[in-house]
Write a protein that binds this ligand. Structure first.
Ligand code: NAD
Length: 480
């Protein structure tokens, strides 16, 4: 059996610019930590502003020809990239299971499966898009935005990269990618794949390093036409300020505090089982996690009992052990943040049903946190308002449906949500009152072609499918 300790150390000492692996102009190195063993599992160059300048120049120069390639040619590239990623799914899953800590079987499905599917979805999406249309005496054409700076986080690292790089390249844009320094090795693997396939030089460039240096330089750069950012609301705000100086287009996919509204007539068992799992997916490190479970006060006791039982069934452990259903958190910092929130929940008067700040039994090494459920959480509590990004569920009782909708909308975020009811039409009516970019009804499955993105401070812009492709296009009208 493979365990998290059995893996090779990945030392990558180059960045990818203009179709070649080159040395950074700096000498800094950033270590990558295995979240289960707390050991160094690899390293990457700490890129510099000069590296960004070179990468942007390469992307700018490549844009001239890449933007003129035919839709069919780019669709063919998307298909080839999907196939190449598909052939390396196990490797991708194992890498991300070590970097992030998601159980490897699930990582195969999600962390490796989704990015492969995103590239694979592009040919059909491209074929269906009206690239040209007539409007009176005008011909409306859709053209690529230009050079795209893509800045991505660590929680679904390759998925978030693919959600930007695939549609950007499909649109005819060229890209400089700055992946999270916490989980960057999967981005290096993608660059390997594109290099081996022989993607034209400069179309895709990778500069690793810190957000405050590389991300900031991309956002400020006069030759970058668009920044597509996924990450925290604080960093997104900064990126948007930096980008304003050169009037760049900006797309922001930020945090969330998503409500799961369980209505009076819902199947409580099914709703809570599904809701707890959605909250704990990837150890709660999911921007669209349903972290606030709203239940009718009349059914609170029943709901508490079911939620605690479901949570206690989660088995924390090594992501490579077959029985593990909950991996560690990504880092020491993340674990500290989550434990602080658990303490705050108790201090502010929430009722701890299960879990807590102590590490799970027998797991003193690795950034593990117990699956934790609070009840009697009220909207003014910190754990009802702030993104915890750990396996911590807040059960919030409500009095009636209007109260439920009010609580659901009572945060600065607006990324996702859920509604459960025995009557689908009733659930839909409630879903339409929730101010978030997506709402799943009775556990409706994630649709990788549906637009994904936020309302309010969860950001703007949409990813995936047709809407994701349109994000990287601009329209021109020719008057005939
Ligand atoms: P983060 O904001 O710290 O980092 C995200 C990326 O931005 C990293 O590559 C980082 O290096 C870079 N960055 C940091 N500061 C920057 C700056 N000043 N200028 C430019 N770039 C900068 O977030 P994280 O810790 O990597 O990820 C977790 C956060 O991301 C959570 O808040 C989560 O909700 C959010 N998230 C949102 C979505 C979504 O689609 N809405 C998806 C995943 C994660």
């Amino acid at each position: 059996m493979t365990t998290a300790t059995d893996h090779a150390v990945h030392v990558r000492d180059k960045i990818y610019i203009d179709g070649e692996w080159v040395q950074s102009t700096g000498t800094g190195v950033l270590e990558v930590i295995n979240s289960t063993t707390e050991q160094v599992m690899g390293s990457i160059p700490e890129g510099t502003v000069e590296d960004v300048d070179k990468a942007v120049a390469a992307a700018r120069s490549a844009f001239e020809s890449w933007s003129q390639t035919s839709i069919e040619e780019r669709a063919d590239w998307m298909q080839r990239i999907a196939e190449a990623l598909g052939a390396r799914m196990d490797e991708i899953a194992e890498l991300i299971a070590q970097e992030v800590g998601m159980p490897v079987k699930l990582a195969n499905l999600i962390q490796a499966g989704l990015p492969t599917a995103t590239f694979g979805s592009m040919p059909k999406v491209m074929a269906e898009l009206p690239w040209e249309e007539e409007l009176g005496n005008s011909l409306i054409v859709r053209e690529p935005v230009g050079v795209v700076g893509a800045i991505t986080p660590w929680n679904y690292p390759l998925h978030q990269i693919a959600a930007k790089v695939a549609p950007a390249l499909a649109a005819g844009c060229t890209v400089v990618l700055k992946p999270s320094q916490v989980a960057p090795l999967n981005a290096v693997l993608l660059a390997d794949v594109l290099d081996e396939l022989g993607l034209p030089a400069g179309v895709f460039n990778l500069v690793t390093g810190r957000g405050s240096v590389i991300g900031e330089a991309l956002a400020l750069h006069p030759d970058v036409d668009m920044i597509s950012f996924t990450g925290s609301t604080a960093a997104g705000r900064r990126v948007s300020e930096a980008a304003a100086g050169t009037i760049k287009r900006v797309a922001l996919e930020l945090g969330g505090k998503s409500p799961n509204v369980i209505l009076e007539d819902a199947d409580l068992q099914q709703a809570i089982r599904d809701g707890v799992s959605k909250c704990f997916l990837n150890s709660g490190q999911t921007c669209s996690a349903l972290t606030r479970m709203l239940v009718p006060r009349s059914r609170l006791a029943e709901a508490e009992q079911i939620a605690a039982t479901v949570a206690e069934h989660f088995k924390p452990g090594d992501p490579f052990e077959p029985g593990t259903t909950l991996g560690p958190l990504v880092s020491e910092g993340q674990r500290k943040q989550v434990r602080d929130y658990i303490r705050k929940g108790t201090d502010e008067g929430a009722k701890l049903l299960t879990g807590g700040v102590e590490p799970p039994e027998g797991l003193e090494r690795g950034y593990f946190v117990r699956p934790t459920v609070f009840s009697e959480v009220t909207p003014e509590m910190t754990i009802a308002q702030e993104e915890i990004f750990g396996p911590v569920l807040a059960i919030m009782p409500y009095e009636d449906e209007n109260d439920a909708v009010r609580i659901a909308n009572d945060t600065v975020y607006g990324l996702a949500g859920g509604v459960w009811s025995g009557d689908q039409e009733h659930a839909k009516q409630v879903a339409l009152r929730i101010r978030t970019g997506q709402v799943e009804i009775n556990g409706g499955a994630f649709n990788p072609l549906a637009p994904f993105g936020g309302y309010k401070q969860s950001g703007y812009g949409r990813e995936l499918g047709r809407f994701g492709l349109e994000e990287f296009l601009q329209v021109k009208s020719l008057q005939l």
